[in-house]
Design a protein around this ligand. Structure first.
Ligand SMILES: Cc1ncc(C[n+]2csc(CCOP(=O)(O)OP(=O)(O)O)c2C)c(N)n1
Ligand SMILES: [Mg+2]
Length: 625
């Protein structure tokens, strides 16, 4: 549908408002994905208010199916869904998110942080106060006495990879392509924010028609620098005990198959970060499991023993490096194969700065038939078998009425097929998932553990389903995260994006309670029983009733046997199906894992804190600097 023009435009131009031009431009962007040209944008999530309803709202309506608009229930929720959509598309398809001014906009700032940390693309279009300032102060405007140009949207600056405020129509001509280039750049990738003052959205301008030419984008693959390749090959060839760390970049580069072939051909074990998990099937002979603080014993043991470690597409966050005490020991060489300079030079690594797929191709060509010594390959197999036995025992049903997280995941994992994608973000579950979940194929494991943002799970699950409608999405979520942000459950029902949700109700912030005890603290303000409440205690939340009220099908079950049966029912449901069960807040899998640096008070009245501080100091002494 074309908008109605109120006056003739000069030849070669088209007269549209800023908002109409923005939507038209976005709808003309395509991307080549697996040999097909598909729209770059899946559409726009929108919650309208003043600041976007009249300008951008009118333009989105006119675009219809050319640029679909989806209404959500919470701006943070919709932005989380948009981010999950991009992650599930390996950053090759994107969504826009528009909000009203003030609280609508600031609700998206947390999500911008999440996208920034995880290097995921999302286009934020927050409405902004009048550029003219004529009616100021407007509803929802925070006034700065000494800086009238500032609005709450400036909060997006530190959490955006690209930030601009469009105060004149023609600025769009230069800013929009820059925003898009950021979203599509493998290194710079992250949130792009274009603040749109409400009066500017509605201004007409004569846009060059060329601006709206259909464009097909490609993700650029950074080539390998010959000197860095030669150096990496020299190092790898001398290795007796090489190890590969697969990070999220392996997925985003779509290099999973190449990694599997590389590992197989050269006998090199692969360990996976949270973002990298699923790069190799869990039962692949060279997959040694999760590395780091939430790692498998097999993976962490190999990380200690390795002489050359090559991290591929990893930003080497503390959970991967064990707060820099797991590897980087004397005699260990770290190579970082990474598309970005910032990540490639971390922790004294030798950089191999290029696209993961290109890098692996070049390395395998250079290594020829070189392979790690047989003794190292044998060592891998033994450790893998030992960890497999641990995994099976901790995930087995013990018939408890208050099962552990690991036992719940056991039930969910046993029913998972190759078409299942598990989604999670915060609480105790990500650690258990990382250690224990058997990920079958790339894309079957979606855990946001860069920001580990409570409230990502349900909205994120919906975003994954929008990106990959053919997959069965299972969201596992704690009571705390569920209560923090659940409104997109209603959106999932409304849009027909079916999720299976398992709510593990341990009546509190179980993982933080455990962390509190591990740091010498007393149980305080985490489990509901340890909080200030009315004399009769905190209410028992009826999660199933709550989910039903939002339009889902739902049931409460007790124990793993009932969970198994409920999961079967969930599978055949056509709408979002929520299963709630009570779990034990105290246990978590003790096997595997590694130290994580959490600062302990240097002085305290509590003996437990003083003891914890001594333990802390001894770990600090092992830390690389
Ligand atoms: C938005 C946000 N606020 C606070 C935290 C800190 N935090 C991490 S896990 C957690 C508790 C999560 O509780 P729940 O979802 O019930 O999971 P459980 O720990 O019980 O497994 C908290 C408060 C966070 N990650 N995100
Ligand atoms: Mg909980």
């Amino acid at each position: 549908m074309s908008p109605v023009f109120h006056s003739a435009a000069a030849p070669g131009t088209v007269r549209l408002t800023v908002a109409q031009a923005l939507v038209r431009y976005l709808s003309r962007q395509y991307i080549e994905q697996h040999g097909q040209e598909v729209p770059l944008f899946g559409g726009c999530f929108a919650i309208f208010g003043h600041g976007n309803v009249a300008g951008l709202g009118e333009a989105l309506h006119a675009a219809g199916d050319d640029f679909p608009t989806y209404r959500a229930h919470n701006e943070q929720g919709m932005a989380n869904a948009a981010i999950a959509y991009a992650k599930a598309n390996n950053r090759r398809r994107i969504m826009a998110c528009t909000s009203s001014i003030g609280p609508g906009a600031t609700n998206m700032v947390t999500s911008a942080g999440l996208a920034h940390v995880n290097r995921l693309p999302v286009l934020f279009l927050p409405g902004d106060t009048f550029a003219s300032r004529a009616p100021d102060p407007v509803l929802q405007q925070v006034e700065h006495f000494n800086d009238p140009g500032l609005s709450v949207n400036d909060c997006f600056r530190p959490v955006s990879r690209f930030f601009d405020r469009i105060t004149r129509p023609e600025q769009l001509l230069t800013s929009l392509p820059q925003a898009l280039a950021t979203l599509l750049d493998p290194v710079d990738c992250g949130p792009a924010t274009l603040c749109l003052p409400q009066d500017v959205q509605t201004l007409a301008f004569e846009w060059p028609e060329d601006f709206f030419t259909r464009r097909v984008h490609h993700i650029r693959r950074a080539p390998v620098a010959q000197e860095e390749l030669v150096a990496a090959l020299d190092t790898l060839r001398t290795a007796k005990r090489p190890l590969l760390i697969a990070g999220g970049g392996v997925h985003y580069s779509e290099a999973c198959e190449a990694l599997a072939a590389f590992a197989q051909q050269h006998g090199i074990p692969v360990v996976e970060t949270q973002a990298g998990k699923g790069a190799l099937p869990w039962d692949h002979a060279r997959n040694m499991g999760a590395i780091g603080v939430t790692g498998a014993a097999s993976a962490n043991q190999l990380a200690r023993e390795a002489d050359v470690i090559m991290a591929i597409g990893s930003r080497l966050q503390d959970f991967t490096s064990g707060s820099r005490t797991l590897f980087e020991a004397a005699g260990q060489t770290l190579i970082s194969l990474n598309v970005g300079r910032f990540d490639a030079v971390k922790h004294g690594a030798r950089q191999l700065q290029c696209d993961a797929l290109r890098g692996l191709e070049a390395l395998t060509a250079g290594l020829g038939d070189w392979a790690a010594p047989d003794s190292w390959v044998q060592r891998q197999s033994g450790l893998k078998q030992e960890w497999e036995a641990v995994r099976e025992s901790v995930m087995a049903d013990q018939g408890l009425s208050l099962p552990t997280d690991a036992q719940v995941l056991g039930a969910v994992n046993r029913q998972a097929t190759e078409d299942t994608t598990v989604v999670c973000a915060a609480g105790g579950l990500p650690g258990e998932l990382h250690k224990l979940w058997a990920a079958s194929v790339p894309g079957s494991y979606h855990v946001e553990y860069g920001f580990s943002c409570m409230g990502y799970e349900l909205a994120g699950g919906m975003g994954v389903k929008m990106a990959r409608p053919e997959r069965d999405i299972v969201v596992v979520v704690g009571d705390g995260s569920y209560l923090m942000l659940n409104s997109e459950l209603a959106t999932s029902v409304m849009l027909g994006h079916k999720l299976t949700v398992v709510v593990l109700d341990n009546r509190g912030y179980g993982c933080i309670n455990r962390l509190q005890h591990a740091t010498g603290g007393a149980g305080f303000n985490n489990l509901l029983k340890d909080c200030r409440t009315v004399p009769e205690g905190a209410p028992k939340v009826d999660f199933a009733a709550h989910a039903r009220a939002l339009g889902c099908q739902a049931e409460q079950v007790t124990g793993i046997g009932e969970l198994d049966a409920a999961l079967e029912r969930a599978r055949t449901s056509s709408t979002t199906y929520v299963i709630a069960l009570d779990t034990d807040p105290l246990p978590s899998t003790q096997e595997g894992g590694h130290w994580w640096e959490v600062a302990i008070p240097e002085v305290s009245e509590r003996e437990a804190v003083r003891d914890a501080y001594q333990g802390y100091l001894s770990h600090k002494r092992q830390q690389a600097c």
